[in-house]
Design a protein around this ligand. Sequence first.
Ligand code: NAD
Ligand code: G3P
Length: 329
Amino acid sequence: MKKIGVLGAGAWGTALATAAVRAGCDTVLWAREAEVAASINASHENTLFLKGVALPPALRATTDMADLGDCDAILIVSPAQHLRTMSAALAAHVRHGVPFVICSKGIEISSGKLLSDVVTETAPHNPPAVLSGPTFAAEVAQGLPCALTLACTDKAVGMALVEALGAPTFRLYYNEDIIGAQIGGAVKNVLAIATGIVAGLGIGENARAAVITRGLAEIVRFGELFGAQAETLMGLSGLGDLILTCSSTQSRNMSLGKAIGEGQTLESIMASRNSIAEGAHTVEIVYKIAQDNNLDMPITESVYHILKENRDVRSVTEALLARPFTDES
Ligand SMILES: NC(=O)c1ccc[n+]([C@@H]2O[C@H](COP(=O)([O-])OP(=O)(O)OC[C@H]3O[C@@H](n4cnc5c(N)ncnc54)[C@H](O)[C@@H]3O)[C@@H](O)[C@H]2O)c1
Ligand SMILES: O=P(O)(O)OC[C@H](O)CO
């Protein structure tokens, strides 16, 4: 796998394309916005989504999806709710057998499906893989060290991706559990909003640790429903990403929660950003799936009540704390 295409030039797509160049791949980055492709090609910077980070001159950007036509693997890095459209459009341009590596984190709201199922439906001749883990785009783009899960049911394809994209500062660990690798990354964004709310309310570090740990129990319950392997949920794409995202306001999800806890409205926060905070969307479908399947996910429910039903942050927090005591499973 020598030629890598990256579909989506937000912060993460740009960072991943940079990592692919560093790993020695001929890399082409598809941008939805003409000004993004122009700024990457002319000044080696993504001025819209990753301002201030110098990109390698070898990275080429395009707005023409046909330019990905001869790639050996494609990383899909669109917002989760747009992945269906992106995958279907891409399938018309690439060869059969070229893996589609899902780098987005979320669950399709309209169908309740994992993104790997969305790829299978829209691009049946392109095997899905998943790249997920604790990684802030700006750090990856700067070449700081990180580790991620590369999941693919076909081990040969998965290891070929690991060999092509892996590097000392971009360590990839193969995992066959494509389902588990998607669950942690999707649900942790909801929990990061919850820890952000804790920070915004100023109710302490102990409360944050409690939300992370009880949040992990929610990830495990949710993962079991989909058939995720417990080891995967405890690995980089699960616990690892949960810790990172719930610990830093570099996270768009955590900072969104913090602003909510400080009294801002979701609408005003969204209006002030051009970046995606997936948890604000994912919460809707995780809540619905939990309700439909009688899963106990009280932190997720609380985030849902605050974001989607406009309930008062302090009252919802008090109700969460007042739940009956139970065992620690
Ligand atoms: N930023 C990170 O640190 C990071 C790390 C890991 C995973 N991710 C995941 O990667 C995905 C992309 O996030 P990002 O940070 O690159 O985005 P971003 O917030 O930096 O940029 C927004 C992206 O959305 C795209 N977009 C907007 N409207 C669209 C539409 N109608 N159709 C298709 N695309 C549209 C834009 O072109 C741009 O690529 C998300 O699922 C995110 O959770 C992000
Ligand atoms: O900025 P966030 O909250 O979208 O998090 C980015 C990554 O998913 C962290 O692994």
